[in-house]
Design a protein around this ligand. Structure first.
Ligand SMILES: [Zn+2]
Ligand SMILES: [Zn+2]
Ligand SMILES: [Zn+2]
Length: 239
């Protein structure tokens, strides 16, 4: 089967799946289309026309009708939306895709292009258990390397201890030990701006000089006292 991918730059987060080479089976094609609908919605569109363009050859059209019959998605006027069953499935695929991106880019240091390619293969085959282990290993990251939200899994609300996380809150690092910042998750973006001006950003090497009474962090030559929540919001990989 062939989807009509046009001349679009292949990036599954911007315009939809580009995992077309992997989409040999119907199941994979369904996954890709669900991913596409999810990404459309994230980009604030959800037009039937976009979906039809995406699946423009007869075989892809058949798959779309099948998906509609199966209750994965529905249309309302010129908009498409995921139905409960499709929503759940799409959520899982997106979660696997984005977690794999993090794993491959940040832990295995693959290039963005390689990571995308591999993520598109793995998103179809990772079991829920492995996915949750990857999530735990990565410290339950809220976003992918492109900043897109990773739908949380069971592991994120009821963390299990069997996997030792490789990425952890700065608070879990021993004072004086160095970590490389993997991501920062904060409800206070203004605070983040201030910190990034000091060099506290993904990729930087950071350490906590002291945790109590109030935390002092060090990035390069800069030492700064921060609010206690901050060291829970900065996620690092020990180096
Ligand atoms: Zn994909
Ligand atoms: Zn991404
Ligand atoms: Zn998790």
């Amino acid at each position: 089967m062939q989807f009509n991918w046009g001349k679009r730059k292949p990036h599954c987060h911007i315009r939809g799946p580009f995992c077309h080479r992997e989409a040999e089976t119907r199941d994979r094609a369904i996954d890709e289309l669900l991913e596409f609908i999810w990404n459309l919605r994230e980009n604030g569109v959800s037009d039937v026309a976009d979906l039809q363009r995406e699946a423009s050859d007869p075989e892809a059209r058949n798959i779309l009708s099948y998906m509609e019959q199966e209750g994965l998605f529905a249309r309302e006027g010129d908009k498409v939306y995921l139905r409960e069953k499709g929503e759940e499935k799409a959520r899982e695929i997106i979660r696997r895709h984005r977690l794999t991106e993090r794993l491959l880019m940040e832990i295995f240091e693959l290039s963005e292009e390689e990571a995308e390619k591999e993520a598109c293969k793995l998103e179809h085959i990772l079991s829920p258990e492995v996915t949750d282990s990857v999530c735990t290993f990565l410290g339950h990251p809220p976003v992918c390397p492109h900043g897109k939200p990773i739908p949380p899994g069971k592991c994120c609300t009821a963390p299990e201890k069997s996997v030792k996380p490789l990425v952890m809150p700065l608070n879990d690092l021993d004072p004086g030990a160095e970590g490389r910042i993997v991501f920062i998750s904060t409800n206070f973006p203004a605070r983040l701006d201030k910190l990034s001006a000091l060099g506290v950003a993904p990729g930087s090497i950071i350490k906590v000089r002291q945790k109590k009474p109030s935390p002092i962090i060090q990035v390069g030559e800069t030492t700064v006292a921060v609010d206690p929540e901050i060291i829970h919001d900065i996620y690092v990989k020990a180096v």
